[in-house]
Design a protein around this ligand. Structure first.
Ligand SMILES: Cc1ncc(COP(=O)(O)O)c(C=O)c1O
Length: 393
């Protein structure tokens, strides 16, 4: 160990970076030199916030002080979120159940602190969203990765939990999931929720991609138990990533710790975003946002049609979100270099799987279809012509 200096980073800060950032950097460099980059690597909508949210933001900038708000979020927003869940999942949610945070990312940090102690084990899927793993590890928790493949739609099952030596302190389920886009069957989610309640495991149900599904129904963990935590965000369906606003539906016992922790960590979520989000929960916004979802659906159909043509035949069923999780094991065993080469060859930026799957990510890639259908079509044309794929499928 090097000697400690006053600015030595902590051991806990030594978590994995997001390797996708390297792709973004290389893509920005290519854009400067060639100006031809097609970004299929971003995990975010390419559209702005709905018009009703933007006009509210403009109004409140002039009309309100926009100082700190109450730490759990302004009451009208918590009311709107409660109504949203009542409407979308038919669950009985009141504003007291809702705690608002700076993005669901901020919610996860506060929740992990509120619910887990150093050394606690928390289970998540592999492949899965890497920030769960990295944040938990930075907080001193043990992460247990459940190996989830095509046979279970890349989602966990009760059989996997029964096979563990002891029940974990927590289980994180995401549906629709990132990076796979798969949706967990409602009866499987209900079984997992019941198992967790019986075994003293906190079920954390990441539902931030709800609203972006293409035929397969989504279920909420609160349909089965209010001892689970539901995670929401305006980032995906609502097309408001940069506004940094997320929320939890929290079991009664966790509400006060969450309020105290977010008061200390964040004081509150951005006031302007809280006011703007009121516009995102209106009927006018829903029409606009459903339009984006319909466009994603059309692009997804195009991908499903053309992925085999470019040699990518093995991919997870893209039930929801805006991702296709593809196997490239027949083309490479180093997805980072392969994605780099693809960018160099034809200007298409996609994400190597290593962020999401610590075991098999070197033979996987994630394509995002959040951009325009024309952009994705052009990317597929270029990939079809690339020697990195051509004739190898
Ligand atoms: C599954 C999942 N959960 C949580 C997040 C964090 O989203 P945000 O902090 O923007 O709400 C993301 C972002 O991509 C995600 O994919």
């Amino acid at each position: 160990m090097p000697p400690r200096t006053s600015a030595s980073p902590s051991r806990r800060s030594g978590v994995e970076p997001f390797h996708v950032m390297e792709v973004l950097k290389a893509a920005a460099q290519r854009q400067r030199t060639h100006g031809d980059v097609l970004m299929l690597c971003a995990g975010q909508p390419s559209t702005p916030a709905p018009a009703a949210a933007r006009s509210r933001a403009v109004e409140v900038v002039d009309a309100e002080v926009l100082g700190y708000t109450e730490s759990t979020g302004i009451l009208p927003l918590r009311e709107a979120i409660a109504r949203h869940h009542r409407r979308s999942a038919g669950v009985d949610v009141s504003p007291e159940d809702v705690v608002v945070f700076p993005g669901s990312s901020g919610a996860f940090t506060a929740l992990f602190l509120a619910a887990f102690d150093v050394g606690d084990t928390v289970a998540m899927t592999r492949p899965g969203y890497p920030a769960y793993r990295n944040t938990l590890q930075a907080l001193g928790c043990r992460v247990l990765e459940l190996d989830c493949g095509a046979a279970t739609r890349y989602q966990p099952t009760v059989a996997m939990l029964d096979a563990l030596p002891e029940p974990p302190a927590g289980l994180i389920v995401a549906s629709p999931a990132n990076p796979t886009g798969t949706i967990i069957d409602s009866h499987v989610l209900a079984e997992l929720t019941e198992w967790c309640e019986e075994h003293g495991t906190l079920l954390i149900s990441d539902e931030i991609y709800h609203g972006l599904s293409y035929g397969r129904p989504t279920a909420s963990a609160w349909e089965t138990s209010r001892e689970a935590v539901v995670v929401g965000s305006v980032s995906k369906y609502f097309s408001m990533t940069g506004w940094r606003l997320g929320w939890l539906l929290a079991p009664a016992a966790l509400r006060r710790p969450l309020e105290v922790l977010t008061g200390n960590l964040n004081i509150c979520a951005p006031a302007i975003s809280q006011h703007a989000a009121l516009g995102a929960f209106t009927e006018q916004a829903r029409v606009e946002l459903d339009g984006h979802r319909d466009r994603y659906a059309a692009t997804r159909d195009l991908l499903i049609r053309r992925l085999p043509e470019v040699g990518l035949r093995d991919y997870a069923p893209p039930d929801g979100a805006f991702y296709a999780w593809c196997d490239v094991g027949h083309l490479t065993d180093d997805s980072v270099t392969w994605c780099r080469d693809l960018l160099d060859d034809c200007g298409v930026a996609i994400t190597p799987g290593v962020d999401f799957d610590t075991a098999q990510g070197h033979t996987k890639v994630r394509l995002s279809f959040a951009g325009s259908t024309a952009e994705v079509a052009e990317a597929l044309d270029r990939m079809a012509a690339s020697p990195l794929l051509r004739g190898r499928g």
